[in-house]
Design a binder for this molecule. Structure first.
Ligand SMILES: Cc1cc2nc3c(=O)[nH]c(=O)nc-3n(C[C@H](O)[C@H](O)[C@H](O)COP(=O)(O)O)c2cc1C
Length: 187
């Protein structure tokens, strides 16, 4: 089967981000069926509609990378029971100008890690609503709310807990099938 390209947007800019580690572990589990490309969102300016007619270079790059991908994976923390501002800012840039969104029709999936037991569920619900508006068919199950503990992801990107590893494998397998269903590979 052809390898499909997935644009990955991590909702944390933190150097040692648990969500980035989770995304890297997912990349490992998803290969070779899915190839992950991690998108930079930390250099985007705050969204300003005045710039719709003169898009800044980082926002153009972001849109081009999303357009070139077969699907988008969002891996995000929850900040104050909400979506992190940096993630919303990236989504706002890539969705504009009106009618020229990079997201429309792209299959998507969501995962998240938090230090709290129920963390990211609220942020993920908000993100789901946004992706619905953006016309992105989003994988419904399984929902990935990871209660992250230090050491869950080893240095080489492997998941150290067997149950979590199996669960995340089922997630990437379902996401792979979802991409094929929504947007079959053109051979
Ligand atoms: C501004 C801020 C708000 C936070 N709010 C929440 C929250 O609402 N729910 C939660 O489970 N964790 C919350 N946390 C803790 C995060 O789960 C934790 O910092 C986590 O490591 C962030 O993800 P990252 O490691 O990928 O950066 C918050 C952290 C910060 C910095």
């Amino acid at each position: 089967m052809a390898t499909r390209n997935v644009a990955v947007i991590v909702g944390s800019l933190r150097k040692d981000s648990y969500n980035r580690k989770l995304a890297q572990a997912l990349a490992r589990l998803a290969a070779p069926g899915l190839a992950f490309q991690f998108l930079e969102i930390g250099d985007l300016p705050p969204y300003n509609q005045d710039l719709d007619s003169a898009f800044p270079a980082p926002a153009t790059r972001l849109k081009d990378q999303i357009r070139a991908a077969d699907a988008v994976l969002f891996v995000t923390p929850e900040y104050n029971r909400a979506l992190p501002g940096v993630l919303k800012n990236a989504i706002d840039w890539a969705s504009r100008p009106y009618g020229r969104s990079a997201f429309a029709g792209k299959p998507a999936a969501i995962a998240g890690a938090s230090v709290g037991a129920v963390g990211t569920a609220v942020a993920q619900q908000q993100l789901r609503a946004i992706l619905g508006y953006l016309d992105m068919p989003t994988l419904g199950q399984p929902e990935v709310f990871i209660h992250f503990k230090e050491g869950l992801v080893a240095e080489d990107g492997t998941i150290t807990n067997e149950g979590t590893q199996k669960f995340l494998q089922s997630f990437v397998d379902k996401f792979t099938a979802w991409i094929e269903k929504i947007s079959p590979a053109q051979n």
